[in-house]
Write a protein that binds this ligand. Structure first.
Ligand code: OOG
Ligand code: NI
Length: 467
């Protein structure tokens, strides 16, 4: 009897979800096809350089999904399913604050954390938890009915959770159980055909379309699945040429000639999907809901806290300059801002301590002379080689932008009320496992590589990264 290790379960889970979502949302398949074409073209033009932030094999298979759940209990069950395939909660995102319209959720991303695991298959799922206790969105009566509704539903069958715990505990599953696990896990994220209680859904929708999508139905579903592309501007053009209506902009850093950092994302608008609706008198009719969309992303280099502060600051300046201008202008404003303030090459990003890299002894390194002890100087002198660490996480503002650009209404928010404060520690408690700090993970990867490089060079001390 053979067994399936966690990373293979993860890869198969991503593939099967992708097949399922492609059947449900055919425009997603178009997005995947166009992404593949763009990636092949970029690889043809730029050669090995195109693979600097990930092998073409990894990039082609790479997806992130997004799901939304209603209660800490549901979130902790999701965490068990993801743990089975080697995905752990990383990062805390408060979209209540990042969005202008009503997005009453806090989120984390489940993903592999180890470099080797990421290289094998980097599947990640952005996972949002509804916040019914936040009085800015829900009054006490609605909160209580919402919590009762959520408390009465079961998103995941017991058999699935038991198989998940076994996979997490043993690090693998026998073939037959692996197949069953995957079947149940994928089914749990399919769009339900069951009728939606129209009055309840609409009541929540008046508060927030996201609240209705989460708490207005008895099951959960994949909200979108996002392929990774090597040239997102080219993808945007090709999708538009095919007549697919994209949102106004690409979220995140602008397109420019310097290094790609963090994450750039864009999407096509949510499509109307047929859903059965139950009227208050019990009759079921066919209706339509517009909640699921297609998104695509390009990933860049992970920034240090200092680099991220620069990024956030520049974005704020772009906002101020772009206010009152047509949306098209924003890209140019951002580009000139970047040209003035962002280092124009990887070497400068590293030397200023703005981004994370891994370091290794260079093959043709000099043999004589004084060997410096600082990473940037070692690179400059040809002793070590630096490779950028790719950003594996998300951006709250872009996430809010993606949520928002696809909501039909603004929803409502009572800003006179005091919001409930949540943070990573609270979310860890809700999930029942630690929400990891993304910076700590990048930092650790970088310092491990520096220690290895120091050994390779025969240095007595350590190599200092620039901070
Ligand atoms: C999640 C939106 C965030 C991203 O890529 O930033 C997201 C959602 O719509 O549930 O997926
Ligand atoms: Ni997304």
């Amino acid at each position: 009897m053979s067994t399936v290790p966690q990373w293979r379960l993860r890869a198969a889970f991503a593939t099967r979800l992708s097949e399922m979502y492609g059947r449900e949302v055919p425009a997603y398949t178009t997005l995947v096809d166009v992404s593949r074409e763009v990636n092949e073209d970029v690889l043809g033009e730029r050669g090995a350089d195109a693979e600097r932030l990930g092998s073409i094999g990894r990039v082609t298979a790479e997806r992130h999904g997004a799901i939304r759940v209603g209660t800490p209990r549901e979130l902790s069950q999701v965490a068990r399913i993801f743990a089975a395939v080697g995905m752990h909660p990383v990062g805390f995102y408060d979209l209540r604050e990042a969005a202008a319209s009503a997005v009453p959720v806090v989120s984390t991303a489940f993903r592999p954390v180890d470099g080797e695991e990421l290289a094998r298959n980097p599947f990640r799922v952005f996972t949002s938890l509804l916040t019914p206790a936040d009085p800015r969105f829900f009054d006490p009566d609605l909160r209580s009915r919402l919590e009762t509704f959520l408390g009465a539903r079961e998103l995941f069958p017991k058999e699935l959770l038991e198989l998940a715990d076994r996979a997490a505990g043993e690090g693998e599953l026998p073939d037959v159980q692996a197949d069953r696990f995957l079947e149940l896990a994928v089914a749990a994220f399919e769009l339900s055909q069951g009728p939606v209680d129209r009055a309840w859904y609409q009541e929540l929708e008046r508060v927030s379309a996201v609240a209705a999508d989460i708490g207005g139905v008895r099951s959960t579903h994949i909200n979108h699945l996002t392929p990774r592309v090597l040239d997102i501007d080219e993808l945007y053009r090709r999708m538009t040429d095919r007549g697919i209506e994209m949102i106004d902009t690409v979220q995140g850093p602008p397109s420019w000639k310097g290094p790609d950092v963090l994450l750039r994302q864009t999407s096509f608008k949510a499509l109307a999907e047929p859903r059965a609706m139950r009227a208050p008198d019990g009759t079921v009719t066919s209706g339509a809901l517009r909640v699921r969309f297609g998104e695509v992303e390009a990933r860049g280099i992970a920034l240090t806290p200092k680099g991220r502060a620069l990024y956030d600051d520049l974005l704020g300046q772009v906002d101020r300059q772009a206010a009152g201008q047509p949306p098209r202008r924003r890209g140019d404003i951002a580009r000139s801002m970047w040209e003035r303030h962002m280092p124009a090459d990887e070497g400068a990003l590293a030397a200023q301590g703005l981004a994370y890299f891994t370091y290794e002894a260079a093959p043709g390194r000099p043999h004589a002379g004084h060997v410096p002890s600082e990473a940037a100087e070692l690179v400059r002198g040809g002793w070590v080689r630096a490779r950028p660490i790719v950003y594996e996480d998300f951006l709250p503002r872009s996430a809010a932008g993606i949520f928002q650009s696809n909501l039909s209404g603004e929803g409502t928010r009572d800003s006179a009320q005091q919001g409930v404060a949540y943070d990573a520690a609270w979310l860890s408690g809700a999930i029942g496992r630690d929400v990891l700090d993304p910076y700590a993970l990048y930092e650790e990867q970088q310092s491990r590589s520096l220690a290895r490089a120091a050994r390779e060079l025969g240095l007595k001390g350590t190599i200092a990264a620039t901070g």
